[in-house]
Design a binder for this molecule. Structure first.
Ligand SMILES: Cc1cc2nc3c(=O)[nH]c(=O)nc-3n(C[C@H](O)[C@H](O)[C@H](O)COP(=O)(O)OP(=O)(O)OC[C@H]3O[C@@H](n4cnc5c(N)ncnc54)[C@H](O)[C@@H]3O)c2cc1C
Ligand code: SF4
Length: 321
């Protein structure tokens, strides 16, 4: 397996991508060979779904991380149909989606390439649904960018536009939804005990942000997005070689980038705040505000006043056998 620190020479591509703009070039290469690319995009209601494209014109829909569990729909069946027709397919998704596809296919296809990423976990769709309604506040949304780099890759923002321009923007560490996501309050249950951690992957290539690149390799850092990628297979290496010249890249050892990216190796910790959050009858953003802002002591007080004593026992872990 080979690992690289890498970023796209084309800044416009990097701007629309979460980190170094690697996915775009892999997709472009496959489409250029008359192939088909599967990935996650928004539907008309701003839910996140898996879909596919055979055209470079629509590849932008798939760029950028969407921090919501995507719905795979019929994609596994569609992948199979294309593979059996002889088309080359590139499937990009979470490590568990890639594993799910391979289990569904049940055999190896030479014309299948898969990409996953270092995965922190995916937030609940219902929380996202409610949050979209909250931030759109009656406006008709035209675009949502979870990784707006206007003030930098490291200080990315969640930004929303309607037809007249920006209606919402907030840095990841101030935006309520992102705080709840990064504090592991509403990941899907399987993400707290993920069996797809580690460097031994089912995919051909693993993509990630190279957090910490400013410390390890300052010459590869300009705060516009640097990726860390791991190429696991011969097919992955062949694909990588075809796009290598479009990047500034450096072959590296994986230890340092992995040390900055805990989600590569360990699952998110199941937070007691999660239980408190989901015990509310509705998605309660006032409660989320308090849970993401306060110290544990203050959370206990919140529960005393808003949730009752049984919840306090749960929060303290006294109810656990
Ligand atoms: C939910 C989630 C958690 C992540 N956690 C980490 C992490 O802990 N550490 C880390 O280094 N990187 C993480 N990433 C990956 C990282 O944000 C970038 O996707 C990666 O660095 C590739 O960047 P890029 O610039 O090459 O391409 P981009 O254009 O950013 O890549 C987009 C690719 O991601 C796929 N994608 C986007 N959203 C979803 C989704 N909801 N479900 C499935 N696939 C999706 C698209 O299909 C496309 O293939 C996460 C991404 C997601 C979606
Ligand atoms: S953390 Fe694991 S279970 Fe959760 S989405 Fe990522 S790969 Fe799947």
């Amino acid at each position: 397996m080979k690992s690289y620190a890498i970023y796209n020479k084309n800044y416009e591509v990097r701007k629309q991508s979460s980190s170094g703009g690697v996915f775009y070039e892999l997709a472009r290469e496959v489409i250029g060979k008359n192939g088909v690319v599967f990935g996650a995009k928004f539907d008309d209601e701003w839910n996140v779904i898996h879909g596919y494209t055979e055209s470079i014109e629509t590849i932008n829909d798939f760029l950028g991380s969407k921090y919501v569990q995507s719905s795979v729909g019929n994609c596994y069946k569609d992948v199979k149909k294309f593979l059996e027709s002889g088309k080359q397919c590139l499937f990009s998704g979470t490590p568990c989606q890639v594993a799910g596809l391979k289990a569904f296919l049940g055999k190896k296809y030479e014309n299948l390439l898969t990409i996953d990423f270092i995965c922190h976990g995916v937030p609940s769709r219902s929380v996202w649904r409610e949050y979209v309604e909250k931030i759109r506040n009656g406006s008709e949304i035209k675009s949502i960018n979870f990784r707006d780099k206007s003030i930098g890759w490291m200080q990315f923002s969640l930004t929303v536009h309607d037809k007249d321009g920006e209606i919402y923007t907030n840095a990841f560490n101030s935006d309520l939804y992102m705080k709840g996501f990064l504090q592991d309050i509403y990941l899907r249950p399987s993400c707290y005990n993920c069996v797809f951690k580690g460097t031994d992957r089912k995919s051909d290539i693993t993509l990630a942000d190279y957090w910490g690149v400013h410390l390890d390799l300052p010459e590869m850092f300009d705060d516009k997005g640097t990726s860390f990628i791991m190429v696991h297979t011969k097919s992955g290496q062949e694909l990588y070689k075809t796009i290598e010249e479009r990047f500034v890249s450096k072959e590296i050892k994986q230890e340092k980038p992995l040390s900055h990216n805990p989600a590569a190796l360990v699952s998110a910790k199941l937070s007691k705040k999660r239980r408190v959050f989901f015990e509310s009858d509705t998605i309660n953003f006032e409660l989320l505000e308090k849970l993401t802002r306060q110290s544990k002591f203050k959370n206990i007080l919140i529960c005393i006043f808003s949730k009752g004593r049984t919840k306090i026992k749960k929060l303290l872990g006294w109810d656990e056998k």
